[in-house]
Design a protein around this ligand. Structure first.
Ligand SMILES: Nc1nc2c(ncn2[C@@H]2O[C@H](COP(=O)(O)OP(=O)(O)OP(=O)(O)O)[C@@H](O)[C@H]2O)c(=O)[nH]1
Ligand SMILES: [Mg+2]
Length: 396
């Protein structure tokens, strides 16, 4: 029987990995076998560790996004097929990628049609991020080119999911839901919480059903897309922590996230997503920071939080900042975290800006775009454009 592919897109920090964890558990409790593919521009990806520790079969495509590494994605799927014979394959693309319907989903459906059936393409959106971007005015934390990527991601969705609805008062949730419906009339808009699971069963029913795609062809300007991605600094590091005495690691993770947040705020650079994974005996800690205004979030995986002397830290930072500055800021924070009782040794560190996306395949939909009275593409351009003069986010 063909494997159902559920691709979950959306901007950095929107909640894709959280959704994969919850959806994986729920699908298994429905008696379905699940496997997953994660994706990053470089190795040492927190998401892969997080999902493997939950017991899922996970393959990672690294060194480029799914569209540029389509053959690696196909190979990863084949390995998972051999090992786990999954009914459902949950895939998480890089959060700065767009045009995935044409470069990933349609090629999968075309070249591997005997193996896969494709679920409606879901794009997650973080309400705080969306509200900030919809606000007119010059104070957008991200440049126009980064906002272009954000808007293109939503434009190509079959289903837009307003995630983190647990953190939203009902009137705000319904206002943002309605606004998304107006801007993207051909998408199914729903609100759910990937964290506490509210609304996920209905979404999974939709993913397993045969709703035909109402997706329209979208035009993506690859120059703007590439320049937008290149404005994001990308850092993956592996760090060994060694304490002179046994200690609990939660305070270390929280202090690190707070110090990073302060360093980025001091440079006026917006955090897209900073995440870490700390592995110590009996447990692991996953930490996240999804904006300069957010509070660091910490999740414990495992059975016992034994104090210990050694731990391994994986750090992934995606920040609106040049790579050299990002590397300097992170190294500085790590150096300052080293104290007389704790040594912090960086084992590997890669820092760069994502290169230009060059898809291995691009199979666009036919240009039979019939939209409602409003043209969502035009509205988006207006909405996501700054209304007045240059802003801090609008770098040349
Ligand atoms: N309150 C709340 N927080 C959520 C929800 N879903 C995700 N989060 C939090 O949002 C942060 C980012 O979640 P991830 O799942 O790592 O986001 P992502 O989209 O995978 O991020 P990237 O892989 O960097 O693109 C974490 O702190 C999550 O706990 C939700 O439904 N409600
Ligand atoms: Mg993720």
């Amino acid at each position: 029987m063909a494997v159902r592919v559920i691709l979950v897109g959306g901007f950095l920090g929107a909640g894709k990995t959280t959704l994969l964890r919850q959806a994986g558990r729920r699908l298994m409790s429905r008696g379905l076998k699940v496997a997953m593919v994660t994706n990053d521009q470089a190795a040492d990806l927190v998401d892969t560790e997080t999902l493997r520790r939950e017991g899922f079969g996970v393959e990672e495509v690294s060194g480029g996004c799914f569209c540029c590494r389509f053959r690696d994605l196909a190979d990863a799927g084949a390995r998972l097929f051999e090992r786990h014979a999954p009914d459902v394959l949950l895939c998480e693309p890089v959060g700065s990628c767009t045009d995935l319907a044409a470069t990933v989903l349609r090629p999968l459906a075309h070249f591997l049609k005997d193996r896969y059936t494709i679920a409606p393409y879901t794009v997650l959106v973080d309400p705080e991020r969306l509200a900030g971007l919809l606000e007119p005015g010059p104070h957008h934390p991200f440049s126009e080119k980064v906002r272009y990527i954000f808007s293109k991601q939503l434009e190509e969705a079959d289903t837009i999911a307003l995630n983190k609805s647990d953190a939203l008062p009902a009137p705000e949730r319904s206002a943002l839901h309605d606004r998304l419906g107006q801007l993207f009339p051909s998408a199914q808009v729903r609100a759910f919480s990937a964290l506490n699971g509210d609304g996920l069963d209905a979404w999974l029913d939709e993913m397993l059903s045969e709703r035909p795609s109402a997706r329209q062809a979208i035009h993506v300007d690859y120059d703007v897309y590439a320049e937008g991605e290149a404005e994001l600094g990308w850092l993956n590091a592996a760090v060994r922590l060694h304490a002179t005495e046994e200690r609990a690691w939660k305070p270390v993770c929280l202090d690190l996230l707070r110090a990073l947040k302060d360093a980025f705020a001091a440079s006026g650079a917006e955090v897209a997503h900073v995440k870490l994974s700390l592995t110590a005996p009996g447990h692991a800690l996953i930490g996240n920071l999804t904006s300069n205004r957010g509070t660091p979030f910490l999740l414990v995986q495992g059975t016992s939080e034994e104090p210990s002397r050694k731990a391994l830290l994986i750090l992934n930072a995606r920040v609106h900042m040049a790579p050299a500055e990002l590397e300097g800021a992170v190294r500085d924070v790590l150096t300052r975290a080293s104290t007389s009782g704790l040594s912090v040794a960086t084992e590997r560190l890669e820092c760069f800006s994502p290169g230009r996306p060059v898809p291995q395949h691009r199979l666009p939909l036919p240009e039979a775009c019939t939209v409602g009275a409003e043209n969502p593409c035009q509205i988006l351009r207006d909405v996501f454009k700054p209304k007045r003069g240059p802003t801090q986010g609008d770098r040349p």
